[in-house]
Design a protein around this ligand. Structure first.
Ligand SMILES: *Cc1c(COP(=O)(O)O)cnc(C)c1O
Length: 455
């Protein structure tokens, strides 16, 4: 889920917006003077749903409290990292202890070795891992490594997958022969984008065609094995297997971007779930426990191309930061001890059970897609989409009133129809029941408010 995934602003129509509190409103006005758009990451500005963003004063467990004292059960969880919920007592204890021993050394420390050992132990096929400070940095570094290791320049991505904001990945499918990339952001030079090929998800034939044409120049194919930044676009096993087979046959690398899915949907991420081992994998979010951490890893034979052993340069002043590493390590330990993945399955199954009849009587089209602790509402007729191209833009119209109604009822979901929701270990069955009841009501309101707009 990414705060970065670029989607348009709302045509706000006459949807009733949540009243913003006085303090959030005042802070937002101040913020807009000194911070572009008033935010440090675009989706936070609520442009897709309209209204003033709430400024958070504090958070604990399942709850967020804003500056005006409103409390929300939170299903955003900082867009993915907070799999334990907010300010987990044990985690905060570990962070506090780490901080007293220094906030950065610029030298190796025990915690980074232990975190790397755990990631290598849990993730299929991984022998080495390097830590960085964000998911974007992890992906950027993995792409450079793939190019350096293969001596090839082209990379292949899929529309509907988000990989952070590195230049070569801020690329959308061009209008020409389908695959030639065009910058999706100002400031990305067209020659950079021309080294990226963009394909639709869920289409083996298109990938085969591309490999037949340019296979010997492709350094890597990168995708979110569980695309979760443009809705939750569940992929078929056969599609992922085709990518594995084609990359192998052509000497290209397969990169799984597991920044969201890693350690969340299974102990070994999507690779474990699908039984497919990529050549490189990127991580972030969960492995930092709310601190800025990313990582990328693969077989030693590939990773040895990185400096200081190899010729691919990559570095970071705060990489392997002792406080961040301690937080990540403790997060993984707690997940394992609590058998978190089974708990999420239980909570998720309960949620689905409750949503069945709610969706049945909803006067708008809605299907829920869920994988473990990640869920998404597909607000369109028919089967949930598997490609970005299949998402009905009208879904955003339905989503807006749902978002605002939930906020009124004290539930926080992402301020965009394209972002997924997350369960955390701080959620109880009661929170889930409350969310389902709030959605029940919100669907009725969404139908009333979008009448006319959507016929
Ligand atoms: C969030 C995300 C990123 C970018 O991570 P940042 O920490 O925001 O830079 C990259 N890839 C995926 C799949 C993500 O969800």
């Amino acid at each position: 889920m990414s705060e970065g995934s670029p989607h348009g602003d709302a045509n706000q129509g006459d949807v009733k917006m949540t009243e913003a509190g006085a303090k959030s409103t005042e802070l937002f006005e101040r913020a807009k003077k000194v911070i572009p758009g008033g935010v440090n990451s675009p989706v936070r500005a609520f442009r897709a749903v309209g209204g003033v963003p709430f400024f958070i004063k504090e958070a604990k467990g399942a709850y967020l409290t804003d500056e005006d004292g409103n409390r929300y059960v939170d299903f955003v969880n900082s867009w993915g990292p907070l799999i334990l919920g907010h300010a987990n007592d044990e985690l905060i204890g570990v962070i506090q202890n780490a901080v007293t021993k220094g906030t950065s050394y610029g030298a190796p420390c025990r915690a980074e070795v232990e975190l790397a050992e755990k990631i290598v132990e849990w993730y299929p096929g991984l022998e080495q891992v390097r830590c960085v400070s964000s998911g974007t940095e992890a992906v950027m570094s993995a792409i450079r490594l793939a190019r350096g290791a293969t001596g090839r320049d082209l990379i292949v991505k899929f529309s509907g997958c988000y990989h952070g904001h590195a230049d070569h990945l801020l690329v959308a499918a061009g209008s020409g022969l389908v695959t030639f990339g065009e910058p999706s952001s100002a400031g990305v030079p067209a020659p950079f984008a021309s080294l990226t090929r963009v394909l639709p998800l869920d289409d083996e034939a298109k990938v085969e065609e591309l490999f037949a044409r340019e296979g010997s120049e492709i350094a890597a194919v990168i995708l979110e094995p569980m695309p979760a930044n443009n809705g939750l676009l569940l992929q078929r096993q056969a599609f992922l297997q085709k990518l594995r087979d084609l990359t192998k046959a052509h000497g290209a690398l397969l990169i799984f971007d597991e920044v969201i899915s890693g350690f969340r949907i299974a102990k070994g991420g999507a690779a474990e779930r699908f039984g497919i081992t990529p050549d490189l994998a990127t991580f972030g979010k969960v492995i930092g426990g709310g601190m800025p951490v990313g990582a990328f890893g693969g077989r030693r034979e590939l990773m040895k191309n990185l400096a200081p052993e190899g010729k691919v340069y990559q570095a970071g002043t705060l990489s392997g930061n002792p406080v961040a590493m301690a937080a990540g390590l403790e997060t993984l330990r707690i997940l394992e001890r609590e058998n978190a993945w089974a708990r999420f399955e239980e909570l998720g199954t309960r949620f689905e059970g409750l949503m069945g009849p709610v969706m049945e009587r909803a006067p708008i089209p809605v299907e829920m897609v869920r994988v473990g602790s990640a869920f998404w509402l597909s607000l369109q007729e028919g089967e949930p989409p598997r490609t970005a191209e299949c998402i009905d833009p009208r879904a955003a119209e339905y989503y807006r009133p749902i978002f605002h109604q939930l906020r009124k009822k004290g539930y926080s979901i992402a301020p965009s129809a394209y972002e997924v929701g997350f369960l955390s270990l701080a959620h109880t069955p009661e929170h889930i029941d409350g969310l389902a009841a709030a959605l029940d009501e919100a669907f009725q309101i969404a139908a009333a408010e979008t009448q006319g707009a959507n016929g």
